[in-house]
Design a binder for this molecule. Structure first.
Ligand code: ZN
Ligand code: ZN
Length: 349
């Protein structure tokens, strides 16, 4: 099959033939129909997350996959060839205590396509433990808009609805108007919240308004936490850090009113090495709650998919570019420059 192969970190991906994936009894082979290009792919591609983030090279990245089932293992009961599916990037083994409780996203033996095994920048991919990990795609939802639903969109949905428990009329401050941030803005807006988007790019903030933000703050011109406290008359009920750098995490927490809830979705950068400092006394005195949020477990998908099928949520609106496997190199380059607005999806193989 054809794939865009990672042969060396930070070097152009090589589009070439590689061996087809092998079917396991509890797995399925998917024809990849669409696969998003995510900041996490970029982190792995430049080698920022180290050699341990991916199997030994050569490797195939790509974890925002939607596709068609072409072959099923002997133990598969829920899927058959021809089924259209979404692949959540955070996958469980189906047997640990977390999976049994319906929290596949925090499985003890978590698998992630494109990271722990060969992913979706290819014509085909193999999904392990597929009965527990794949989601049927409703009729009327296209593959391109479904691709980001396996990563950035579902991550934002879980963060907004379950971890942040965003309610109608609440003020929500979203730091970072990239894929996760834009998704969170659209979802929180659909929940009836008033969303303020914070970014350093006016282009990204303009796009944030198109997907629902009622206010925007450019943090190169304004002190964002102060601007948000003024806009909201005391602070946001919920803050979401979609980036994960020191500055955005602290500013997000400082944007909250008393008893506010902070949701951390962005992972730290290489420089931060997993650590950022937070204003602990403020968190104590103001009774701030802090919740981490990672991916989304399978049981939360039906609610999100119903909203998409009925067009109350429109992940397709976040997709600004569709490209071929050969154009992935340019897409990564754009990400190095932090240029481009919205989400890029590969749909030509
Ligand atoms: Zn992703
Ligand atoms: Zn598990």
């Amino acid at each position: 099959m054809k794939a865009a192969v990672l042969e060396a970190f930070h070097a152009p991906l090589v589009v070439r033939q590689i061996a087809d994936p092998e079917l396991t009894p509890e797995g399925v082979i998917l024809k990849v129909e669409a696969v998003g290009v995510c900041r996490s792919d970029w982190h792995a591609w430049v080698g920022e997350w180290g050699e341990k983030a991916v199997p030994p090279l050569p490797h195939v990245l790509g974890h925002e996959i939607s596709g068609t089932v072409v072959e099923t293992g002997s133990q598969i009961r829920n899927f058959k060839p021809g089924d259209r599916v979404i692949v959540p990037f955070s996958q469980g083994d189906g047997s640990c205590p977390y999976c049994i409780a319906g929290h596949q996203n925090v499985c003890e033996h978590r698998q992630m396509p494109g990271f722990t095994y060969k992913g979706g920048f290819a014509e085909y991919t193999h999904i392990p433990h597929a009965d527990g990990n794949l989601i049927h795609l409703p009729d009327g939802v296209e593959f391109v808009e479904a691709s980001a639903m396996g990563c950035r969109f579902m991550t934002a949905f879980h963060g907004v609805t379950q971890r942040g428990k965003v309610g109608p009329g609440e003020w929500v401050a979203v730091y970072g108007a990239g894929g996760v941030g834009l998704s969170a803005i659209q979802i929180a807006t659909a929940m009836g919240a008033n969303v303020i988007a914070v970014d350093i790019s006016d282009d990204k903030l303009d796009f944030a308004k198109q997907v629902g933000a009622v206010e925007t703050v450019n943090s190169t011109r304004h002190k964002p936490s102060q601007a948000i406290r003024e806009l909201t008359g005391g602070g946001a009920h919920v803050s979401i850090d979609a980036l994960g750098i020191q500055e955005t995490a602290v500013n997000a927490v400082k944007s909250l009113r008393k008893q506010g809830r902070h949701v951390q979705i962005g992972m730290t950068s290489y420089e931060n090495g997993g650590m950022v400092e937070l204003p602990l006394n403020l968190i104590v005195e103001n009774e701030i709650q802090i919740a981490g949020s990672f991916g989304m477990p399978v049981p939360e998908f039906p609610a999100m998919l119903q909203m998409v099928a009925k067009r109350r949520l429109e992940p397709g609106k976040l997709v600004t570019k569709t490209i071929s496997l050969e154009e992935l190199g340019d897409a990564f380059q754009d990400m190095s420059n932090f240029s481009g607005v919205g989400v890029t999806v590969v749909n030509q193989f």
